[in-house]
Design a protein around this ligand. Structure first.
Ligand SMILES: Cc1cc2nc3c(=O)[nH]c(=O)nc-3n(C[C@H](O)[C@H](O)[C@H](O)COP(=O)(O)OP(=O)(O)OC[C@H]3O[C@@H](n4cnc5c(N)ncnc54)[C@H](O)[C@@H]3O)c2cc1C
Length: 93
């Protein structure tokens, strides 16, 4: 991998749901911040990344738990548990 020299103001380590939410929130509050997310894996989503998914996997959460208010799920899952196969499709980048 080619190393790149670049100045940033904020570094978020990890592109799991926590890192993505932190970066999104930071940029909402400070849109001009030069922010970078570092992720060691080839895909985003952390525990919920595409590479960890398998047929039938579900989260232990009700619909809406991992939903940004300004980026709603395509299908309203109501009170049903989220089918995990939807999560990598949902994570906004
Ligand atoms: C088997 C299992 C089942 C779970 N089930 C549920 C559930 O049903 N419901 C629920 O709410 N929670 C569940 N969890 C908890 C889960 O940890 C959270 O849902 C959520 O994924 C945590 O997000 P996170 O961003 O904090 O961490 P993670 O999803 O773990 O993401 C961290 C990211 O940081 C990256 N990273 C770490 N170190 C570095 C580094 N040094 N440099 C670059 N990148 C780095 C990792 O590669 C990863 O992508 C479960 C966890 C596990 C392990």
């Amino acid at each position: 991998m080619k190393l790149e020299h670049r100045s940033v103001e904020v570094i978020v380590v990890g592109a799991g749901i926590g890192g993505l939410a932190a970066a999104k929130t930071y940029l909402e509050l400070s849109p001009l911040t030069n922010l970078i997310i570092l992720e060691k894996r080839p895909t985003i989503g952390g525990v919920w990344s595409e590479e960890n998914c398998y047929e039938g996997l579900k989260t232990n959460n009700l619909g809406g738990t991992y939903e940004f208010t300004d980026f709603p799920w395509v299908k309203n899952t109501g009170s049903k548990k989220i089918n995990i196969s939807l999560v990598p499709c949902y994570i906004p980048i």
